[in-house]
Structures are given as structure tokens and as C-alpha cells.
Design a protein around this ligand. Structure first.
Ligand SMILES: [Cu+2]
Length: 586
């Protein structure tokens, strides 16, 4: 990892016009991320993938709460990309949030851009990943946010730490395959194998190569596992044979401890997990496999079981294969996923209080659905599969939303509706064409500063496509105050809301044929993406944007753009915007 001290880098920072200060008096760290194509062999096949600093997995960023991290991304690859700091609030600083077409255009090959990441509220494990195309397949890594100087964990200090990254591997050049599938309007590829810390493990059947990650532990010690679900396009289960897990943090916030034999994780989810090596010394598999929530007729998914080995240190004799976790739920164990997820609660203590908004100023009802659109000769069946929010499939604009908003460029986006265009039996079995068919659009919901938002995400069974949709919001975590199955009932369901200790997370699954209710205060001015974190749904348009307007003061307003924001190659700057400000960022 290219990490150096502040002193060494003051000159370099000044050269690129970035002043090295941390808003909350923390330490400033500086990293160089060199992105380039590198040959990697998995599942008996070598392919060229994008890596950061020649490494798959990518480098770990380590900071304390209150610190600031600069990451200078040097793109030495063949196509443009962006990076996102998943779970980091980035107060007033959407400029460094990263999603392509939302807060920036891609960093083009042979250019660089310096991200500024501000760690203010989050503590625990979060992560970073590419936020353009499907590049995050291999361009991702963990972010460890330690407690602020002079503070500690709300649990006994662990004896050690271990980062565990759950990933997925695809055969072939993924971005090219996806581009073709999108053009054809057909389904996108399933992964060919799941990974733990970059390796598929011992149990792969397709190939003779055994690439297995090993973690050596000491008997009697307690470790903090920092788990990142970097899987691109599926939910997963994870367990360690013979050992319970104690989940103490999620999405960069502490939670009430959950003692559990397995966990269920949406793509994008991070967890802090205490693990005590207290079993008979030996070898134990940790394993992950897909949690598949689609219709039972859908069988073509990645059935692989990724494994890694937990190895107790010391002198003992062990023969045979490691124990496999019996408690790892099977692919379609929807109940297991539900049971785990239902246990998540905020700490809600004096030190970690809950601040769920009680007076709501904006209510939204957002229908999360699969749909289709007629397409021209370019696609196979005459129909193109799309995913929608309130029957709009997100269409990437020619210039990112943040630039369009900041410089008042008209004609780039319209209003995202607070309600669906039609009310129907969302979770029924019959849908007429006006519901099945959709259209593409670039729609943005504008919120005044400090508005309090309650948003119901309602899943549907349109095209018999009901499944879990892990919805992710940039720029702030949200309280999940309720969830249920069937159609949301606005009279009875609010009576079940948890306003006492609801979990505060940045990603949460809208359950198959069900709904969730979330609340947040719009107190982070900027432009913030929200989308399903299943990658193929995001690509099909299950996405929208919040613009949180500035408040009355500088502290409640967006910061000005940093120098060197990447230009948008497919957008020609209209003459009236060719002033000096615009030249700086275009
Ligand atoms: Cu989805």
C-alpha cells in the first residue's frame, strides 16, 4: 500500500492544489492508487483485470474517526473509472463521492484525480470500490475506521483483527460481456465462483487448482473480523464451522451484539464481528454461498461454495479435511436471511444515541420493480429488460448531475416523483401492460436542507421478478424503522414502526414481495445516489438521485468543487458555460 506521512506529502498536495487539513483536527493520510490491467489466475483461468497497486484485493485504507484521507487515483488502465467510498458520509463533499454520471464523469486513461475522504461519523468497517461499469468486480478494498483518538470500542479490545472480503469471480472480460448484454436487452452473466479474500477455496469442482486463503489464529484469543461483502451481484450467507459469530457493527456503526452461527449479507454490507478461537485446535472452514431469493424456477445461479481455512496455531495433530460449517444456510433459505436481518438494532445507548426523525416533512413511496421496454432491431426479442423506481429506469445523463446542479445547467434532469404513476396490487400475480412497460429517464428528488424524509420502498412481483432488492443510499445512512411482506398498508403498518432502536445502515434489502420503511434527515447538502446494490439491477436502471439543497450558512452548504474534476467526454460544453469556473472543472 502506498501510504505515507503528512510531512512527505505537503509539497505534493500543494502542487495539485489540495490543502492538507482535516476538518475535525484528525490526521491526514495520503495514498496513491495506481490502476492498471494485471493478469490474475482463478478457477484455472488467467484473465487481465483492473487492479490497484498491482494487487487483487486492493489496498486497505486505515484511519481514525476524524481523519482525512486523500487518494490520488492514477488511471493507467484502458477505460475510464471512478471510485466510491461506500458508507462514508462525506459531509458537504459530494465531489469525492464517486458514482459515475452522478457526482463526476469517469477518470479517463492516463489521467488522475485526487479524492478527499472525510471520516466524521462512521466507525468500524466500511469499504471502497469502483463505481463505474462493473469494474468493482476486482477494484475494491476495505476501509478500517478506528475509534477517534482517546476513545475506544463499546466492547472489550480484541486481541487481533482480520479483514475478510467476500467477492465473486467471472470468467471473461466482464465489462465487455455486460456491454453486449445490455445492448441485446438480455440477462447479465452469473459469477463463476465466489471468493474469500480473493480465493475460491478447496471445494470448487470445475477446476483442479486449489487456491485457498488461510487465517492462523491463537487458541483463546478474540479477533475482530472486518467483513466486506464485495460480491457484485448477489446476496450471500457466511459462517465459520464450529464457532459462533458476534456481530457488533454494521455499515460503519455499532449495533446491539448479535450472537449467531451464520450471517446473511447484502452486496455492499460491511460488518464488525467478534470471533473467539475457543474450540478444539484444528482446521475449520469458513464458507460463503449465494442467497438466492428469486422465483424457484430460477436455477441458473452461481452454486459455488467459497471456502477459506481457519487454522489454530500450535502443536497438535490433525488429520482429515477441515470441518465445514453445518449452519451455513442453503441457497434458498429465505427464512434464515429474514431471521438474521430482523435482529439488527442500533446500540441506542447514551454514548451512541438514536436520532430517528419523528416529525416528517417529506413522504415518498417508491416502487421497486422489474419492467420491460420495447427496443429497436438491436435487441434479440424486441423487449429489453429494465429495473425501475416508480416506473422510471435511470438513464445516465451526458454530464454528471452534480455539475448540472452546481452550474445550473438546464435540460439534464427532471423531477423524481414521490409516488408511482399507478397504484396496483404490487405483489399480485397479474399486471397489465401499462404496469409491465416502462420508460427511461433521469429524475432527481430535490430536498430542502434539514428536511425529514420517510420513504417506503415497495417491492413488486411484476414479470414474476420478485426478489430481495438491497437498496443503498449515498451521503448518509438511514434508519430502517419497519419492514414487512405484501403491500404496505399505510394505516396498520406504521403502528409497527420501531422508533426506539432501529438500525442505522446504508444498505438494506427490500424483501421479496415486501416493503421497508426508512427515515433520514437531509442534513448533508449535495448530490446523492440511491440504487439497488445488485449490479445488474443498477445497470438496468433501479436508481435515483437526491439533491439536498444548501442551508443558510457556509457550514450547511456544499463545498466548492476541488480542482481537476474529470471532464465529461460525451458532453459538449455550451458556450455560455465557458467561463473560468467551468474551465477548471470541465
Ligand atoms: Cu434489485
Amino acid at each position: 500500500m502506498a501510504s505515507r506521512s503528512i510531512l512527505v506529502h505537503v509539497a505534493a498536495l500543494l502542487l495539485i492544489g489540495v490543502l492538507p487539513f482535516a476538518a475535525h483536527g484528525g490526521t491526514v493520510h495520503y495514498h496513491d492508487f495506481i490502476v492498471k490491467e494485471t493478469n490474475v489466475t482463478r478457477l484455472c483461468m488467467t484473465k487481465s483485470v483492473l487492479t490497484v497497486n498491482d494487487s487483487f484485493l486492493g489496498p486497505v485504507i486505515k484511519a481514525r474517526r476524524g481523519d482525512t484521507v486523500y487518494v490520488n487515483l492514477h488511471n493507467q488502465g484502458d477505460y475510464g473509472l471512478t471510485l466510491h467510498w461506500h458508507g462514508v458520509r462525506q459531509p458537504r463533499n459530494p465531489w469525492s463521492d464517486g458514482p459515475e454520471f452522478i457526482t463526476q464523469c469517469a477518470i479517463q486513461p492516463s489521467t488522475n484525480f485526487t479524492y478527499e475522504i472525510n471520516f466524521t461519523e462512521e466507525e468500524g468497517t466500511v469499504w471502497w470500490h469502483a463505481h463505474s461499469d462493473w469494474t468493482r468486480e476486482t477494484v475494491h478494498g476495505a476501509i478500517v475506521v478506528l475509534p477517534a483518538e482517546g476513545t475506544t470500542y463499546p466492547f472489550p479490545e480484541p486481541d487481533g483483527e482480520e479483514i475478510i472480503i467476500l467477492g465473486a469471480w467471472y470468467v471473461g472480460k466482464l465489462n465487455l460481456i455486460v456491454e453486449e448484454d445490455l445492448a441485446q436487452g438480455v440477462n447479465m452473466p452469473n459469477s463463476n465462483g465466489y471468493l474469500i479474500n480473493g480465493y475460491p477455496g478447496d471445494l470448487i469442482v470445475e477446476c483442479t487448482m486449489r487456491q485457498t486463503y488461510r487465517w492462523v489464529v491463537e487458541y483463546g484469543k478474540t479477533y475482530l473480523i472486518r467483513l466486506v461483502t464485495a460480491v457484485l451481484d448477489a446476496e450471500v450467507f457466511f459462517a465459520i464451522a464450529g464457532h459462533n459469530l458476534t456481530v457488533v457493527g454494521m455499515d460503519g456503526a455499532y449495533i446491539k451484539p448479535i450472537v449467531t452461527p451464520y450471517i446473511a449479507a447484502s452486496p455492499g454490507r460491511t460488518m464488525d464481528i467478534l470471533f473467539t478461537a475457543d474450540q478444539t485446535p484444528g482446521l475449520y472452514y469458513m464458507a460463503s454461498r449465494e442467497h438466492q431469493s428469486e422465483d424457484a424456477t430460477v436455477t441458473g445461479f452461481d452454486h459455488s461454495n467459497a471456502t477459506a481455512i481457519v487454522e489454530y496455531q500450535g502443536n497438535y495433530s490433525y488429520s482429515g479435511t477441515p470441518l465445514f460449517p453445518d449452519d451455513l444456510p442453503v441457497y434458498r433459505d429465505f427464512k434464515a436471511s429474514e431471521i438474521f436481518t430482523a435482529q439488527i438494532r442500533s446500540l441506542a445507548s447514551q454514548e451512541y444515541p438514536v436520532d430517528v426523525p419523528l416529525d416528517i416533512t417529506t413522504r415518498m413511496f417508491v416502487v421497486v420493480s422489474m419492467n420491460v421496454i420495447y427496443c429497436d432491431d438491436s435487441c434479440q426479442s424486441g423487449h429489453e429488460i429494465l429495473s425501475t423506481l416508480n416506473n422510471i429506469s435511470w438513464l445516465d445523463p451526458p454530464v454528471d448531475i452534480l455539475k448540472a446542479y452546481y452550474w445550473n445547467i438546464s435540460g439534464i434532469y427532471g423531477d423524481f416523483p414521490d409516488y408511482p404513476p399507478t397504484w396496483y396490487n404490487f405483489t399480485g400475480d397479474y399486471f397489465d401492460d401499462s404496469i409491465v412497460f416502462t420508460s427511461k429517464g433521469t429524475k432527481v428528488k430535490v430536498l430542502n436542507f434539514n428536511e425529514t424524509v420517510e420513504l417506503i420502498f415497495q417491492g413488486t412481483n411484476v414479470l414474476f421478478g420478485s426478489m430481495n432488492h438491497p437498496m443503498h443510499l449515498h451521503g448518509q445512512s438511514f434508519y430502517v424503522i419497519g419492514s414487512g411482506y405484501g403491500n404496505f398498508n399505510n394505516e396498520t403498518d406504521p403502528l409497527t414502526f420501531n422508533l426506539v432502536n432501529p438500525p442505522k445502515l446504508n444498505t438494506y434489502p427490500v424483501p421479496k414481495n415486501g416493503w421497508i420503511a426508512i427515515r433520514f434527515r437531509a442534513d448533508n447538502p449535495g448530490v446523492w445516489f440511491f440504487h439497488c446494490h445488485l449490479q445488474h439491477h443498477q445497470s438496468w436502471g433501479m436508481a435515483g438521485v437526491f439533491i439536498v439543497l444548501n442551508g443558510d450558512t457556509e457550514e450547511t452548504s456544499m463545498r466548492p468543487p476541488p480542482p481537476g474534476m474529470p471532464s465529461c467526454p460525451s458532453w459538449t460544453i455550451p458556450f455560455e458555460f465557458l467561463d473560468s469556473d467551468m474551465k477548471n472543472i470541465s
